[in-house]
Design a protein around this ligand. Structure first.
Ligand code: MG
Length: 378
């Protein structure tokens, strides 16, 4: 079977969804809409995203660690953006392409498989469709006459095509407006095949669609906990929750001894039943000498992504008499949110002393506890 590429169109601004940031970069269950959409196409090869000219930074943040092509920059409208994306994909010579709207993050693997199967069975152009079930009316001067539903249906994405044919059709129809890529294919004389769409494949349009999408996503939630401690030694700074903090002592450890990130890494590993940090990064391994602990946390978070899930919340408690944590708390939350690709409102950093009791009370070292909540697909 030939290669099936995915083209995800994320060039729009989505002003109707409100909030200032383009809707495809706003968080849905803790990660950007576009991250969910791209993850839904993780079996496609390759994945090309078309973005708005001003969205490079938001795109890089949303895609952290994902193996996809460099983004193509979109045009003045969706149709031109799709064409530019297809041109960028041409160098990779896919046999088929699935063209999908970034604003549909809930495309299921079953829906994508239906479109792929139709292409593999010889279809040239495939569109998922749904029946119209609500009564339809037209507003007229004298009332609201009914409109027949006969022969009407709703069209969704991903729409699938033979790559060379849809690229040629887009090139030939530049400047001629079409509602979607199926219309372009039809204008070009391609035969259209329909497959069953999916009611859950919501297109996020209005602000209230975010709450609806989250409720449709459901899934199972799991919680893990982690605990870590490091001993003070000579030095003039400590690493805590990804920040370098000046101090009268350092922390001893094989890596950078960031007890906060180590506890959080273990909490995430715990939530997916994937052992502990020592198993993934043995302290006997020279590769991890002096390593910056954001690598460990990113690794744990990538394992969750690979399982089709996401970290949705975390809570870290640092236990020490000194250094003072409160001046750094907000920067720590921000740094963890960055590493986990999570909205900062879903990251908590707290601190406590043990009132002079025990090893932290005697200022022999720093301890940290963490709890992580993750969502896995149902
Ligand atoms: Mg440690």
């Amino acid at each position: 079977m030939g290669k099936i590429a995915a083209l995800i169109v994320a060039g729009g601004r989505g002003e109707r969804a409100g909030g200032g940031v383009a809707k495809q970069y706003r968080p849905l269950l803790g990660k950007p809409v576009l991250s969910w959409t791209v993850d839904a196409f993780r079996d496609a090869d390759p994945v090309q995203v078309v973005i708005g000219a001003d969205d490079s930074a938001a795109f890089e943040a949303a895609m952290s660690g994902r193996k996809i092509l460099a983004p193509a920059t979109g045009g003045p409208n969706r149709q031109e953006s799709v064409r530019l994306g297809l041109e960028a994909l041409a160098a990779h010579s896919p046999e088929f392409v699935l063209i999908h709207d970034a604003a549909r993050p809930l495309a299921s693997s079953a829906l994508i498989a239906r479109v792929k199967d139709a292409l593999h069975s010889g279809a040239e152009a495939v569109v998922p469709v749904l029946p119209v079930t609500d009564a339809l009316k037209r507003r007229e001067e004298n009332g609201l006459p009914a409109v027949s539903r006969d022969g009407l249906f709703r069209a969704q994405t991903p729409q699938g095509f033979r790559f060379d044919a849809i690229l040629a059709a887009h090139r030939a129809q530049r400047g001629r407006e079409a509602v979607d890529d199926i219309a372009i294919a039809e204008n070009a004389g391609m035969k259209i095949t329909t497959v069953a769409g999916d009611e859950r494949n919501l297109k996020i349009t209005a602000a209230e669609d975010f709450a609806l999408a989250e409720s449709l996503m459901g899934g199972q939630f799991r919680t893990g906990m982690g605990l870590d401690a490091h001993r003070f030694g000579p030095g003039d700074h400590v690493w805590l929750c990804g920040l370098k903090i000046p101090h009268s002592a350092g922390l001893i450890g094989h890596s950078d001894a960031d007890a906060g990130l180590h506890a959080l890494t273990d909490a995430i590993l715990g939530a997916i039943g994937s052992g502990d940090i020592g198993q993934h990064f043995p302290p006997t391994d020279e590769r991890w000498r002096g390593a910056s602990s954001d690598k460990f946390l990113k690794h744990a978070s990538d394992l969750v992504t690979k399982a089709g899930g996401s970290v949705v919340h975390c809570d870290v408690t640092l236990i020490c008499e000194a250094p003072k944590v409160s001046p750094h708390r907000e920067a720590m939350r921000k740094r963890i949110a960055e590493i986990l690709n999570l909205d900062v409102s879903r990251v908590s950093v707290k601190a406590t002393t043990t009132e002079g009791m025990g090893f932290t009370g005697r200022r022999e070292g720093i301890a940290a506890q963490a709890v992580a909540t993750i969502r896995l697909p149902a």
